[in-house]
Write a protein of this length. Structure first.
Length: 81
């Protein structure tokens, strides 16, 4: 199991206190692209997802953003089935 996959499982179990580096690693592992913004937010997108996930880069990342990422990954997984 890769480091990103392990972090993803940990995020599912506990969405608290994650850093943007961990968030980016998991997003990249699942095929998300990243749009660097000039402000305090970063945007994540996926070719198979309609929505774009906008995440503030200050630490720690709030659990709602981690849960949104997990939900998007699960949706994309369902599309691949």
């Amino acid at each position: 199991m890769s480091k990103a996959a392990k972090i993803y499982v940990q995020m599912q179990n506990n969405p608290l206190n994650w850093r943007i580096d961990d968030f980016e690693l998991v997003a990249k592992y699942f095929g998300f692209g990243k749009i660097e913004a000039k402000g305090s937010h970063t945007k994540f997108y996926h070719d198979k997802a309609v929505e774009i996930l906008v995440v503030p880069v200050k630490r720690p990342i709030k659990p709602i953003y981690v849960k949104q990422l997990i939900k998007m990954i699960e949706k994309i997984g369902e599309l691949n089935d």
